[in-house]
Design a protein around this ligand. Structure first.
Ligand code: GLU
Length: 297
């Protein structure tokens, strides 16, 4: 029997530059950095700057400085999504040629009126497939949607455990190109991950519910399926997700060890005694490697 070549671990952190990083976003950054370094893997940085209404000028540079200030050094060149629009178009065109996408004229109100929420207490309505078989000649296409195949998507998240979702029923045909003509996160994230040969996606649990959607599209495009690890979301004292929208402050770089230890404690570990960020990272990497070994083949 010949041994299978090991795929070298490659992780990434993919912040949206809508402001400086706060302790909530640092949880995802720290977990992805530790997981990559614990596996002697590479850790890439990607700036998700194509949702231009949310982009704050200069926030990308602040994020790079913040990471460096904590001793979190990335490998390779930073990738900016705004420089990859032609690549997204190319993949979208391929899907269009395969008749896997279709134009949709529905407004949000029309979708709400035409479908029941996924659960009685939910605001999410699956797309009812109104435009799947064509649109009236007198209406202009607003967004473009993926024809989601039937079936249940199963996967095991390294933190959250076994997951499953019937994407066709619970989400419906979802948007790849938005009504404002911008590419949807659900499309670009997996093109970037595949082109960068990402083996492991480590990010916040708010994106756990996007993973099945992404796997469906990865399978359609014949892309590898990265392992995932979704870390819990840090909340403020009122139980709201720490986020730029909720005005979470930039994390404290004047006391980097205190900042690192607070985020480390949030991830469930006992405080580390270190004299410098480098000292912190070498202890944290060994502790992480023990707690989160990669699953066997
Ligand atoms: N840009 C996303 C965010 O800042 C992360 C996307 C991802 O990790 O897949 O929440």
């Amino acid at each position: 029997m010949t041994a299978q070549p090991l795929t070298p671990y490659c992780g990434r952190f993919a912040p949206s530059p809508s402001g400086p990083l706060h302790e909530g976003s640092l949880v995802a950054a720290m977990a992805s950095y530790l997981d990559a370094r614990a596996q002697h893997g590479r850790w890439l940085l990607r700036i998700e700057d194509i949702d231009t209404p949310r982009v704050v000028t200069g926030a990308d540079q602040i994020i790079l400085q913040q990471l460096q200030g904590l001793g979190m050094h990335w490998d390779d060149e930073v990738l900016w999504q705004s420089q990859r629009l032609a690549r997204y178009q190319e993949v979208f065109d391929r899907l269009r040629e395969q008749n896997m996408v279709y134009g949709c004229i529905c407004t949000r109100q029309e979708i709400l009126a035409a479908s029941l929420p996924v659960a009685p207490d939910s605001h999410e309505h699956p797309y009812p497939g109104t435009c799947r078989h064509g649109i009236p000649a007198n209406r202009a296409t607003r967004a473009w949607r993926l024809r989601v195949p039937e079936g249940i998507e199963h996967f095991t998240d390294r933190w959250m455990g076994p997951q499953q979702q019937d994407v066709a029923k619970e989400v419906g045909d979802y948007i790849l190109k938005r009504a404002d003509k911008r590419w949807a996160y659900q499309l670009v994230v997996l093109i970037d991950d595949a082109d960068s040969q990402i083996t492991d996606v480590v990010r916040g649990a708010d994106l756990l519910s996007s993973t099945a959607r992404q796997r469906v599209l990865q399978k359609i495009l014949g892309l590898p399926l990265p392992r995932t690890l979704h870390v819990p979301l840090a909340c403020d004292s009122q139980g709201r997700k720490l986020s730029k929208q909720n005005h979470a402050p930039a994390f404290d770089l004047e006391h980097p060890l205190d900042t690192l230890n607070r985020v480390w404690a949030f991830l469930g570990f006992a405080p580390l005694v270190a004299n410098s960020p480098d000292g912190f990272w070498s202890q944290a990497i060994s502790a992480w490697a023990q707690r989160f070994p990669l699953p066997g083949p």
